[in-house]
Design a protein around this ligand. Structure first.
Ligand code: DAH
Length: 337
């Protein structure tokens, strides 16, 4: 009897599965045959009333019924229904998305962008020049005569007798004055090279930005006004500063600008060597000897110039105590900015 019933269920199933053309219909079939109260399960329930001698053969037939039905069902499930089930189980649209790690500008470039923006806002244009520079532009036109001791201030990488890796961005001042007639107002950022022992304070390559303004009647007061405005925009308006006399061959008079130490706020500490002050840039009035090299009439024109190390002023702003951090590309450092 049970044998016949098994055959009937199989025939019904074969009929039902033929008509199953959607996930919904498949689900009804699953409930009808394979669920806990489904026909197949019910047939298995009847097994216990089968005489002992018949049990093995009936059991075998039941098992193969279940296998056939499950296999046929699974086949169609793949075709119609699999996707909804899988996707609704595997993708929880309410979860927050995973965050993409995006790159960002290097601190050096961020600092340079900020410097450029501040000076552009004060009417300066941006100029660039070559890193491989002739002795003339790097030294001679800037009033460092041959054998002048001031050349020792800058440890130079010589490429040949006449060519050097530029030791500062100041030679670009000469290049733009050769091309333009006053008024000239520009800043000149770029890489520079020095043959120095590498340490927390100095690296063989770093970046500077120079600036120059030449016109009739340019004064030292304007130089101070411009640089103080720059420093306040860059470091904050509560900044304290001072100008100290200094020496550069290409400016006369020359000065250096200091700001109060960011660590001790002027009280004196290890970073500022107990002075309370940190130097941020060199500056001065363009030496008339420099104008001679570019054919500017020093009776008619005056100008001011300045130069600063980009890493240095970023280090002072963010309290970074080792210049090598800028070049090691350690993510733990870079991602802080
Ligand atoms: N070139 C100088 C240096 O590398 C910095 C400097 C000082 C640039 C005074 C200037 C300036 O244009 O006027 O140390």
């Amino acid at each position: 009897m049970l044998f016949e019933e098994i055959d009937r269920v199989k025939q019904d199933f074969d009929q039902d599965i033929k008509e199953a053309d959607s996930d919904k219909k498949l689900e009804l079939i699953r409930i009808k045959y394979l669920s806990r109260k489904g026909l197949v399960t019910q047939l298995f329930g009847q097994l216990k009333s089968v005489p002992k001698a018949d049990k093995p053969s009936v059991g075998k037939k039941l098992n193969s019924l279940r296998q056939e039905i499950t296999a046929a069902f699974n086949n169609l499930k793949l075709k119609y229904g699999g996707d909804d089930k899988v996707s609704s189980a595997a993708i929880d649209l309410t979860l927050p998305g995973s965050k993409y790690k995006t790159g960002s500008k290097h601190l050096l470039i961020q600092t340079l962008d900020e410097i450029k923006n501040i000076f552009k806002g004060m009417g300066f244009s941006v100029y660039e020049g070559p890193e491989l520079e002739s002795d003339f532009y790097n030294f001679e036109a800037l009033n460092f005569p041959p054998d002048h001791p001031a050349r020792d201030m800058q440890d130079t990488f010589f490429v040949s007798d006449d060519f050097v890796l530029r030791t500062h961005t100041t030679p670009v001042q000469i290049r733009i004055m050769e091309k333009l007639k006053p008024p000239v107002r520009g800043i000149m950022p770029g890489r520079v090279y020095r043959n120095e022992a590498i340490s927390a304070r100095s690296f063989c390559m770093f970046h500077q930005v120079d600036g120059i303004y030449v016109d009739t009647d340019v004064t030292f007061a304007e130089l101070k006004g411009t640089l103080v405005s720059f420093a306040k925009q860059f470091y904050g308006t509560d900044l304290k500063y001072r100008f100290r006399p200094s020496y550069f061959p290409f400016t006369e008079p020359s000065a250096e600008m200091d700001i109060t130490c960011y660590i001790c706020k002027g009280k004196g500490c290890r970073v500022c060597k107990k002075t309370g002050w940190l130097e941020i840039l060199g500056c001065g009035m363009v030496d008339p000897n420099v104008f001679k090299h570019v054919d500017y009439d020093s009776e008619k024109y005056t100008g001011y110039a300045f130069g600063m190390g980009i890493e240095r002023i970023a280090m002072l702003k963010y309290g970074i105590d080792d210049i090598r951090m800028f070049f090691e590309n350690d993510h733990r450092f870079l991602k802080q900015f």
